[in-house]
Design a binder for this molecule. Structure first.
Ligand code: CU
Length: 505
């Protein structure tokens, strides 16, 4: 049977099914906010990395569980760079951020909200800050650039953007199954507060979910990347937003009042915070404080997202220390009172910043855009020819080819590619938006091997036809079919197994 042979061939040639991905960490100007902190992600670790495939569902906004907020909100300054990190195993950075056969575009959206914690995410108000699809010169997708960049997607928060709370939504759309219309959306949302006195607002917003974002069957989610002309692929959603002056004072929040990490927080695990237990001088007090400590530890584990509970472990060790002290009749405590258990936050070199194409223009008049302007801003990949006043975006390119290296000499070959560390260092001296050519060269240049791609679209489809059980699932089906007087009997035996294997990045 065809189906059977395809499946078996897949298992024989590729014993590893694809590991999906989940947005796991938010960095602000390269500083980690802590694994899982201020991020809405799917909570069940078994399914955290699974894609959203129902484009009409509210889950497409901030992922499953994404309509509910988390406790913390990250502080951002206008002009700061936000970096989202995806991981195939949210609690294990030694794994590949996303398996290579996931090919597709990426984007970042923002939504201005009254409360970053309480907003339900789905609905109107979303605008796109950047997107990136396919580059014909290097035959690469945004996913390739992200995988080469440790799974990190960065975007600059526009200078002058209206201050206040936002949901920040990174997105990767994997197209390996899009031949049958099953593009996979990987998303999540960061809860942020933008410190700014600016008054810039997007000219228009869209609803997610909604027809201006994506609908099933649309070419952005139903596309044959193996046999089609990938240079014609259009990223889902609207064009990158243009901005205009005229934020309403009532909608501007000038001071962050929600989602701050308490000052007396001595242990932070994602969106949970532990506070020092009461001091004691006698046995009763000792046991009582131990009890309080364990209670907080339980809450830590209960709140731990799929990125794990490393700080909960440290916390429980603290509680054990208190109890040990009580047993040893050391009734003065707690030991190491006030010691901060939160590990020092990591600062990373964010590496690649994908240049923003189009958008960003500030309308000189604060009045509402004319219908023709609206029409042009709604058209994908078209930008008005207005001079760019914002932020330091180059004159909008008409298409991707216009900002890509025009000669082979501009584009380093694979063998000439600098090490990623060297390339990353040269980045830092490069203005974010004005040197798109060198940035793109880097994006293509770090490749040290051609991307392994499925041998055929059948094989690609077979990769993820099955959900990802962690143990083998066997299934037999029998049936019969009558056609033209002949009864064909068939019997199929499926074995689907997902084996996750460590692949060094
Ligand atoms: Cu996947």
């Amino acid at each position: 049977m065809k189906t059977t042979s395809v499946l078996l061939a897949t298992l024989a040639s590729a014993p590893t099914a694809l590991a999906h991905t989940v947005w796991s960490v938010l960095y602000v100007d390269g500083l980690s906010q802590g694994d899982g902190a201020a991020i809405r992600m799917r909570q069940d670790p078994k399914f955290a990395s699974f894609p959203v495939e129902d484009y009409a569902s509210d889950d497409i906004a901030c992922n499953v569980d994404g309509t509910k907020g988390v406790n913390f909100v990250s502080s951002i300054k206008e002009g700061s760079t936000l970096t989202f990190e995806m991981r195939s195993w949210p609690d294990d950075t030694s794994k590949q951020p996303l398996d290579r056969p996931h090919h597709g575009p990426c984007a970042v959206y923002l939504k201005k909200v009254d409360s970053a914690i309480k907003d339900g995410a789905a609905g109107d108000g979303w605008f796109k800050l950047m997107d990136d699809g396919y580059h014909a010169d290097s035959d690469t997708w945004c996913t390739d650039r992200l995988i080469d960049n440790k799974g990190r997607l960065s975007v600059e928060i526009p200078k002058g953007l209206q201050g206040g709370y936002y949901l920040a939504r990174p997105e990767v759309v994997a197209l390996h199954n899009a031949t049958v219309g099953a593009a996979q959306f990987y998303t999540g949302c960061g809860q942020i507060f933008v410190e700014s006195t600016g008054d810039l607002v997007p000219e228009s917003t869209i609803a997610i979910p909604g027809p201006e974002y994506v609908t099933a069957g649309q070419s952005s989610v139903h596309f044959d990347i193996y046999n089609g002309d990938n240079s014609k692929y259009q990223v889902p959603g609207p064009a990158v937003a243009n901005f205009t002056h005229g934020a309403s004072a009532s909608g501007t929040q000038t001071k962050q009042e929600e989602g701050l990490v308490p000052e007396d927080c001595i242990a932070q695990n994602a969106n949970w915070c532990g506070k020092e237990v009461a001091s004691y001088t006698d046995e009763t007090g000792c046991w009582a404080s131990g009890e309080d400590c364990w209670k907080q530890g339980d809450a830590c584990w209960a709140a731990a997202p799929p990125t794990g509970g490393k700080v909960c472990e440290l916390w429980n060790a603290k509680c054990q220390g208190i109890n040990d002290g009580c047993k040893a009749k050391q009734f003065s405590g707690p030991p190491k009172k006030g010691e901060v258990l939160t590990p020092k936050r990591e600062t990373i070199d964010i590496g690649l910043i994908i240049p923003v194409v189009g958008g960003g223009n500030v309308d000189s008049s604060p009045s509402a855009p004319s219908p023709s302007q609206e029409a042009s801003s709604a058209a994908p990949k078209e930008s008005s020819a207005a001079p760019s006043a914002f932020p330091s975006v180059p004159a909008p390119a008409l298409d991707e080819a216009a900002y890509e290296p025009t000669t082979a000499a501009d584009s380093p070959s694979v063998t000439e590619a600098p090490s990623s560390t060297e390339a990353a260092a040269s980045f830092k001296e490069t203005p974010t938006f004005s040197s798109s050519v060198s940035l793109l060269s880097f994006a293509g240049g770090v490749y040290d091997a051609p991307a392994p791609s499925p041998a055929s679209q059948d094989e690609a489809a077979a990769y993820e036809v099955a959900p990802a059980p962690t143990k083998a699932a066997e299934q037999e089906q029998e049936g019969g079919r009558w056609r033209g007087g002949v009864v064909t009997k068939w019997r199929e035996h499926y074995v689907t197994e997902t084996v996750y294997v460590t692949v060094s990045a």
